[in-house]
Structures are given as C-alpha cells and as structure tokens.
Design a protein around this ligand. Structure first.
Ligand code: 5AD
Ligand code: FES
Length: 346
C-alpha cells in the first residue's frame, strides 16, 4: 500500500513517470483507488466542483474518410446521410444559449459540401449572435490556411483527437490515405494559429498495446493541449471492426485519472462513449478527474443518424431533456454544472 501511494504521489508531484512505471500502473487495478483519489483532489484544487458544459452540434454525417472503426465511414451504405443548414445550426445555438450553454461545438464528418467559405459564414453568424460564447470546431484535417480562416472568422477552439500516436498502430485503424504524422502536424498548426486545442484517443481500440498508450501520453506531453478527450472504443457492426471487442470502463477511468495528474489544468470531458458502455459511466468519469460534459444539441430527428458507434445514448425520446438529466447526474456525482465559457485555466 505504501509503494502504491508513493508512486501515485510521485506522478502527482513530478507530473511524470518512466515508461516502465506507466506500464505497471496501466496494467493492474492495484493503483486505481489511489489514482482516483489524487486525481479528484487535483481537479478540486484547480476547478473546484465546477463542471463545464459544451453544446455539441453534429451538423453533418457525410464523411470522405473511411476509418475502420467509425460508423459514418464513407463505405457504410446503410447510413442515412444528413446535413444541417446554417439556419438550423443557428437555431440549435439559440436554444442552447437559453439553456445556459456558452460553448458550441460544431462537429461533423469531413464533408467537402461545407467549403471554407461556408464554415466561415456559419462561424461568423454564431459569433455575431452570441459574442459571449466560445466556438469550437471539430471538422477534421484541413490546411493551415483553412484553419487560419476559421480562426479569423471567430472560431476559438478546435478538437482533433490524434486517435493513436504510434504511426504503425494508426495504420491499423485507418486506410493508407490517412497518416498519424499529418494529423499530428495539424494539431501543431492549430496551436500555432492560437486555437485552444483538444486532442485525445480511443481506449481499447483494436490492436492497441500498453506501449501505444504510453506513446499517447508522451505525445500529449509534447503537444500540451488544453483539452484531452478520451473514451472507450465501441464496436460498430457496419465497419471492418465488427468482430473486435469494445474498450473497458476500468481502463478508461484509469487513464482519465492519469491524465488529470499529468495535466492538472486540462479540460477533460467525461464522454458520451463512457456513458454508453456503463449506465453511470459519465458520473464515474467525473469522479476519476473529468470536468467537462458535452451534451448533444443537434435536432432530435438527426441524433440517431450520427452513429459513430452502437447504442449511443441520448438519441431517443429522452434526448430533449439531456440538459436536466445531466444536471442531476453531475450533482449526484458531487459536482455542479456552471454557466460559463469554461476556458482553460493556466
Ligand atoms: N468508438 C468510440 N469512439 C469513436 N470515435 C469514432 N468512432 C468511434 C467508435 N467506434 C471517436 C474518435 C473521433 C471522435 C469524434 O469519436 O476518436 O475522434
Ligand atoms: Fe441525455 Fe441523460 S444526458 S438523457
């Protein structure tokens, strides 16, 4: 027990461990209780009991990419594809604003229908209507020039998970047309331009090893992102990975706590994927160090169609009540949703 606490204390104080020590911590549940306790203390030191909400608008499920794990990959002919108009997106934001959201996340597949001009037009319109809100984009890999245009139009933050830092593992999850290094270069471009940047990875994706996870931690130490989104990989039957098994709650929570100790100031969402693999997944994610939740603000009629993975929660009749539902859940975990932009504290 003393050795366990000593290692967790060192992780907390040095914000680092050796590869061998990370491997030890990642491959057993022996450290989990100590990790969680330390992560919650660190979270409370920097963010108190505050939980930030981000209103997620999934505005297109068209995608030109073909990631092996993703339900909306271009080769999945079973998806009913949709796109939201600028007006529909603006009305999602207006509704969200009234519910207390001060960050809007526009997420979509990589859909060339939305040209740079159209994205800029949408961003500028949201910015004009809600000047006190943060605008986050999550629309994949673009050129540095495109990223700059969106930024100039009023976007403040960008989410682009690196997915897995190891190029060889990346190659097992994606067709050859995509590369780990290009994705990582995008993240450094975004940071350079001045975005608050979010990265992250899936836990328990096919072929993932402990060494891959350690590479992910090392990559994040290099990038120093403001936000880190992680969630379990969840199988989708209409993908090449139909027979692979989903990631675990336990390992995702362990990694959330490790991330909180490595990055005390980070914005760490307790993700929908975590809520999908366990009924109390999001509450447990908050207790393990998470401080952000991202409820869906998309029109209810399209929610089932943005199916990256199976059994995604909050897509049915209950979806209109997510804000109230989450309020209760966050409270039951011992925290409180606040009405604020929720910028990173450094
Ligand atoms: N299971 C879990 N997460 C997934 N994502 C995509 N497909 C899946 C899946 N099957 C994640 C990716 C992406 C984010 C938007 O959703 O990490 O970056
Ligand atoms: Fe969506 Fe509970 S948060 S129904």
């Amino acid at each position: 027990a003393n050795e366990i606490n000593a290692l967790v204390d060192r992780l907390r104080e040095q914000r680092n461990l050796s590869d061998a020590e990370f491997k030890t911590i990642l491959e057993t549940d022996a450290y989990d209780a100590a990790l969680q306790k330390a992560a919650d203390e660190v979270r409370r030191t920097h963010y108190g009991t505050d939980v930030y909400v981000r209103g997620l608008i999934e505005f297109t499920n068209y995608c030109k990419n073909n990631c092996y794990y993703c339900g909306i990959r271009r080769d999945n002919r079973n998806v009913t594809r949709y796109r939201l108009t600028k007006e529909e997106i603006l009305s999602c934001c207006a509704e969200g604003y009234d519910l207390g959201f001060r960050t809007f996340v526009l997420q979509g597949g990589e859909d060339p229908f939305y040209t740079d001009d159209l994205i800029c037009e949408i961003v500028a319109a949201i910015h004009a209507q809600h000047p006190d809100c943060a605008i986050t984009l999550s629309i994949g890999e673009k050129s540095r020039e495109s990223y700059r245009k969106y930024f100039d139009a009023g976007a403040n933050r960008y989410l682009l998970r690196h997915e897995t830092a190891d190029p060889e593992h990346y190659g097992k999850l994606h067709p050859n047309e995509l590369s780990a290094l290009h994705r990582q270069a995008c993240l450094f471009d975004l940071k350079d331009i001045g975005y608050q940047v979010g990265s992250g990875f899936m836990v328990g994706s096919p072929y993932q090893t402990t060494e891959n996870l350690i590479s992910d931690l090392r990559f994040l130490q290099k990038l120093q992102p403001d936000m880190i989104g992680i969630g379990p990989y969840i199988t989708h039957a209409q993908t090449p990975f139909a027979n692979e098994k989903s990631g675990s709650l336990e390992l995702t929570l362990r990694l959330l706590s490790i991330l909180r100790l490595l990055f005390p100031y980070a914005l760490l969402p307790s993700t929908t994927a975590l809520g999908t693999i366990h009924p109390q997944g999001r509450e447990l994610g908050l207790k393990a160090g998470g401080n952000v939740v991202m409820p869906n603000l998309s029109p209810v009629r399209v929610r089932k169609l943005y199916e990256l993975y199976e059994n995604k929660i909050c897509t049915g009749e209950e979806a209109a009540q997510c804000r109230g539902c989450l309020e209760q859940r966050v409270k039951s975990a011992g925290y409180e949703i606040v009405t604020a932009r929720g910028d990173v504290k450094r």
